[in-house]
Write a protein that binds this ligand. Structure first.
Ligand code: SAH
Ligand code: SF4
Ligand code: F3S
Length: 432
């Protein structure tokens, strides 16, 4: 036991948010306690992301600041997807001598041992592995409230031409189905009301002949809880999965199905391996089977060679599908990926396109939200402060409401009627 305080700064996706809970588990095992401010910490961890250049710029900016803010003697660790890249690790090593430990995604689970070694010897550690070695995560210090993240697989085999993830997270590795089921049982027994299964492409889960739909069937426990998963890849999304969602008592009625582009030419250049038509057909089958489904997606503008016509195809798809929620990105060059070598667009064109897309989506989100006024939803209460409650409906819509009788707790499932929608935000009241 060492004692003292730790602070973890997390960048990137849900995968990283959960990785940080594993890192916290390693630190708490050594007697460290969490603290709000990096200035007060004895161990500071930056768990980084490199999916877009903006993510990396943010990390460098925060590192520059932490240099003067950190307590003297505090240990500074940089890990995650960014350091998994040899050039970045080398750059950090040279340019940031105040970083004590630099490790990658494959040896992150050993962070506690690296910290012990550094405190013992005072010698800087720079160690990034090329592959995992079968080590396990150990205890997890969960910080996610009513929701528990649960990895079902790691890595990605898809190599979309713009994406760095397969290079920094390695090839797909699926966890044994029995381990996942027993983890889920344990999490529910300990009070979690929602489980989110995590993987870069959960639809390609396969373990000893059992696929993702088989896994979902094994998670159909006779207890009230919500089951979610992310992310789905349209090429592997099956009608069998839509049917499972329709039949299930636990699966949430929302689906995140990233389309990336509405242009067949761009989809091919991205190596997405589906067409606009394949995608739209799948969306239609989902809506036929699950009429109240909440849909979300990721879309990118400004991919190399994207013309105004390609962009209009994306805009048209977005207006056609009418997503409840859309994550919109400007394409960002990632060195080492095939798209980095393709002819690039200028920044102004990309910026104008994303502005148009954001505007179109805002109108869609607003009109969907307006349409929810008067409807009733089952909300899982995720936050409560005073008598103000916040939670998500079964289709993932976020709703705020008041607990007038002071009878509601975080983790309750409550029926809420939507009474108003302000700029796409829903306000509701508890039904009698
Ligand atoms: N495996 C998931 C998540 C990948 S990263 C999936 O396939 O959906 C999350 C999102 O970031 C992607 O869906 C994509 O829209 C975006 N993204 C990935 N690489 C990017 C890049 N180079 N530039 C801009 N956005 C990118
Ligand atoms: Fe990246 Fe594509 Fe894999 Fe998603 S499926 S992580 S976008 S390579
Ligand atoms: Fe996630 Fe960023 Fe890594 S999106 S997988 S933390 S590169």
């Amino acid at each position: 036991m060492r004692g003292g305080f730790y602070h973890i700064q997390t960048y990137g996706c849900q995968m990283n948010v959960h990785e940080s809970e594993k890192i916290a588990g390693q630190l708490e095992k050594r007697g460290f306690l969490p603290c709000e401010n990096a200035e007060d910490a004895d161990v500071i961890v930056f768990n980084t992301c490199c999916v877009r250049e903006t993510a990396e710029t943010k990390v460098y900016g925060h590192l520059g600041r932490i240099k003067s803010q950190k307590k003297s003697g505090a240990v500074l660790v940089v890990c995650g997807c960014m350091t998994q890249r040899a050039d970045v690790a080398e750059n950090l090593k040279k340019r940031c001598p105040f970083v004590d430990i630099i490790i990658g995604t494959f040896n992150q689970y050993m962070i506690g041992e690296y910290i012990d070694a550094f405190i013992g010897s005072g010698e800087r550690i720079v160690e990034v592995w090329e592959h995992e070695n079968g080590g396990s995560d150990g205890d997890i210090a969960r910080a996610s409230g009513v929701n528990a993240w649960l990895n079902i697989m790691y890595g990605c085999n898809n190599f979309c031409t713009y994406c760095i993830v397969p290079y920094v997270r390695g090839r797909e590795r699926c966890r044994p189905i029995d381990d996942i089921v027993s983890d889920a049982e344990r999490l529910i027994a300990s009070g979690y009301k929602q489980i989110t299964l995590l993987g870069q492409n959960v639809n390609s889960y396969i373990y000893k002949g059992k696929n993702f739909v088989d896994l979902l069937k094994c998670l159909e426990f006779d207890k009230k809880y919500r089951l979610k998963f992310m992310t789905s890849h349209p090429k592997d999304f099956s009608i069998a999965l839509a049917e499972r969602i329709a039949r299930s008592k636990v699966l949430s009625h929302n689906l995140h199905l990233p389309v990336q582009s509405g242009s067949d030419r761009i989809l091919a250049a991205m190596n997405r391996r589906y067409t606009r038509d394949d995608y739209l057909k799948k969306i239609q089958s989902v809506r036929d089977l699950i009429p109240d489904i909440g849909l979300s997606s990721d879309v990118m503008v400004g991919f190399p060679t994207e013309t105004e016509e390609d962009f209009l195809d994306t805009l048209d798809l977005v207006e056609n599908v009418r997503y409840n929620n859309l994550f919109m990105f400007i394409y960002s060059r990632r060195s080492g990926t095939p798209a980095d070598k393709m002819p690039q667009l200028d920044y102004a064109t990309k910026q104008k396109r994303i502005d148009r897309l954001i505007k179109a989506q805002f109108e869609i989100s607003k009109s969907i939200a307006d349409g929810y006024v008067g409807k009733r939803f089952e909300v899982l209460v995720a936050e409560k402060s005073g008598n103000k409650c916040f939670g998500k409906a079964e289709n993932d819509a976020a709703i705020s409401f008041e607990d007038k009788n002071d009878s509601i707790s975080v983790g309750d499932f409550i029926e809420v009627k939507v009474t108003a929608s302000k700029n796409a935000n829903l306000i509701g009241e508890v039904t009698d």
